[in-house]
Structure formats: C-alpha cells, structure tokens
Design a protein around this ligand. Structure first.
Ligand code: NAI
Ligand code: MG
Length: 361
C-alpha cells in the first residue's frame, strides 16, 4: 500500500471549513485506491500568532521538510497585518521549499453558471512564477511622515528563475494543445519585462512544436473575458499570474472552485496544494464557503504524488456533482452548505471510484 505523510495547515477563516472537506474527499479516494495517508495537523496561522506572537514556531519549516506534501487552506485574518501573515508563513514555505511553479488550472464545469454569455469550452492552465518577480523584499521607505516621504520596491527577475518556470510551461503545453501564451508589459516596464520576453524567445527555440504568443497584461485581461476558450497554457510573472488566476476562475463562475499547486518540480522539497482563494473573512464561520477549490487541490496533490487514478476519480466526482445541480453552494447559485457539498463529492468518489486511466495524458 502506498503511504504518504501530509502536513496539514488549515490556517484561517474558511481555511478551517474547507480543509476538512478536502481531507474527507481525499480519504474517500485513498480508501477506494488503497492509499495510506497520514495527516499531520499543524495549528499554524493567525490564531497561533495570537497565542505565541508568531505565525508558526521557530524552525517550523524543518518540521515539514520531510513530508511528502503540504495541504494548506488559507492564511490571513484582520487581527494580523497581511504583510506579516503572508511573509512569515506562506512566502517562507514557497521560497525555502523552492516551489517556483504555481500551477493553476482554469476550467468551466457543466452546472456552474459563468457570468459570460458565450463562455465556450474553457480549459487552460496558468503557470505563475512563484519565487521572485514583483513580490520582492528589495526596497524601502525614506523620510517617513515628512513631506518628501518616498518608497521604492524592486522587481527581481533572474535568468535562472525565468528559464525554469518557462520550461515547465513549455513542457506542460507540449503535453496539451501545444500553445503557450506569455503575459508581458514590455512597453511600460522597460527593464524587467523586455528581459522576460527575451528569455521567452530563447526558451521557445527548444520547443519548436509549441506555438507561442505574447500579450501585454492589459489587453490579455480583456482576452481572458472575451475569448477564454482560446487559451491552453499561460505563463506569467508572480504579480501578473496572481491577477490572471483570480480572473480566470471568475469567468468560469467563481473563485471558490479554483485549485493550485505550489510545485517544486525537482521534488527536493515538499510541494504545497491550496485553493486560489483566501480566508474570506466576510463569509467565514457560516458553513457556506465553496469547498471545491480545496477538494480539487487535493486531487492535484494526489496526482503529484503519483496516485493518478485516485486524482482522476476526484475530478470525475467533482464533474458529476456539479453537473447534477444539487448541493451547489451560494457562490454557484445554490443553497448548500460547505459540508453537504464536500460529503456529496466524497460519496460520488466512493460510488464510482475505479475509472482506470489507460493512457497517461
Ligand atoms: P478572498 O479570496 O479571501 O475573498 C474574496 C471574495 O471571494 C470574498 O467575497 C469571499 O467571500 C469570496 N470567496 C473566496 N473564497 C470563497 C469560497 N471558497 N466560496 C465562496 N466565496 C469565496 O480574498 P481577500 O478578501 O482579498 O482576502 C482575505 C484574506 O485572505 C486576506 O487576509 C488575504 O491576505 C488572504 N489571502 C490569502 C491567500 C492564501 O492563503 N493563499 C490568497 C488570497 C488572499
Ligand atoms: Mg491571489
């Protein structure tokens, strides 16, 4: 029996409500496919901060470095500044564990209403650079509280960092429809973004079978709304990828269904799987959050760990439950609770688990 040890960080807000549903569904798949999963629950987050003055214990990362993966809910609560909560928990995990790819699938499911009149068949991936770019600590503030107060913040792009994420995106496109779109802004941002374009062209030479295109981020957001079905794989810097991966799920109905994998493709460190959304303080504690983003993140985790059949069973169950139109949460136009949707997906996994995948797609 394959065994996996998973570090679980529910975190804050709706993270505490959707993670148990993710575990419920992954457990149902584990039972059906003979996987033995142990869940190591860590109480890190803003409550931990209230008790101990920090988001996670000292040397917290050492504790999870040997796990097979990390299953995270969401981080952030109004009692702690977002800068503190993000930069002392989420960012250290993503950076110290070299999770330089943030992979975010975008799909329109039957049964989930899109805000677009003619959405078409939306099914693409956003590959967001996850370690450098616009989210950098380099910069500072001078003359605080004086008339000449000033701030600066540097964007950091490295050849190494661009190449490794772009190559991941090219390889992913190669396995799909062989089309890769790059998000840029090399007309306005005149040092880093032309460099991004340069590396994109250089890497493209090694993938002559993949068609490439690039758009400035402003018009690309318009294309995401006007013709989302035309994309296959989109590669973007940290900030642009972050923005695009809220917009993508929004055109497929709700951010509540969007999953993500923070991947260390070399597998030197554990990868981390979490929904795209945050802790949603506005709806936390009401059992109305959509758990699908968390559940689908669980499927991505199983796929990463090599349990492809179990992962496919979960995605198949999500498809069937959403298409049935029953058990939809409020953000998808229904009235179901977080727990009843999670239970419905778990039941669907248990009922029809064994759709064996014959061809490795
Ligand atoms: P958010 O994603 O938490 O919420 C945005 C809107 O989407 C809210 O109206 C919320 O109710 C709704 N929403 C989000 N997830 C939903 C779900 N599963 N089902 C139904 N509706 C859902 O983003 P916001 O409000 O900008 O941030 C709130 C907190 O979360 C902040 O502290 C922020 O820093 C943090 N955050 C953490 C992330 C992470 O842990 N990776 C990612 C994004 C934000
Ligand atoms: Mg975001």
């Amino acid at each position: 029996m394959a065994g996996f040890r998973i570090a679980v960080i529910e975190g804050d807000g709706i993270g505490k409500e959707v993670v148990p549903e993710g575990i419920r569904v992954v457990e149902a798949a584990a039972k059906a496919f003979g996987l033995d999963i142990s869940w190591d629950r860590l109480d890190w987050g803003c409550d931990h901060h209230a008790r101990h003055g920090r988001m996670m214990p000292e040397k917290g990362l050492d504790r999870i470095a040997g796990h097979d993966a990390i299953f995270l809910g969401a981080i952030g609560w109004p009692t702690v500044s977002d800068v503190e909560s993000l930069w002392t928990l989420l960012m250290p995990i993503r950076r110290n564990f070299q999770q330089y790819v943030n992979l975010r699938p975008v799909r329109l499911f039957e049964g989930v209403p899109s805000p677009l009149a003619n959405p078409g068949d939306i099914d693409f991936y956003i590959v967001r650079e996850n370690n450098e770019g616009e989210y950098s600590e380099i910069g500072g503030r001078m003359f605080p509280d004086m008339d000449q107060e000033m701030v600066s913040q540097e964007t950091i792009l490295t050849r190494f960092g661009c190449d490794r994420v772009m190559r991941f995106a090219f390889n992913l496109a190669r396995k799909r429809k062989k089309k890769l779109t790059s998000a840029t802004k090399s007309n306005g941002i005149i040092h880093t973004m032309p460099f991004w374009d340069e590396r994109f062209r250089a890497n493209a030479k090694d993938f002559p079978d993949v068609a490439t295109e690039q758009y400035h981020i402003d018009i690309l957001t318009a294309h995401f709304v006007r013709r989302p079905a035309s994309f296959d794989v989109v590669v973007a810097s940290n900030l642009f990828g972050d923005i695009l991966s809220d917009l993508g799920p929004a055109v497929t109905g709700t951010i509540g269904i969007a999953p993500s994998g923070n991947l260390n493709p070399e597998r030197r460190f554990p990868s981390m799987f979490e929904p795209v959304h945050g802790s949603a303080p506005d709806i936390a504690g009401q059992n109305i959050a959509n758990p699908i983003g968390q559940i689908w993140s669980g499927a991505m985790m199983l796929e990463h760990l090599g349990a492809k059949d179990a992962a496919n069973a979960i995605v198949g169950a999500i498809e069937r439950v959403l298409a049935s139109g029953e058990n939809l949460t409020r953000d998808m136009g229904g009235t179901a609770s977080t727990t009843s949707l999670g239970q419905a997906v778990a039941d669907a996994v248990s009922k029809h688990p064994a759709k064996k995948v014959l061809v490795d797609g």
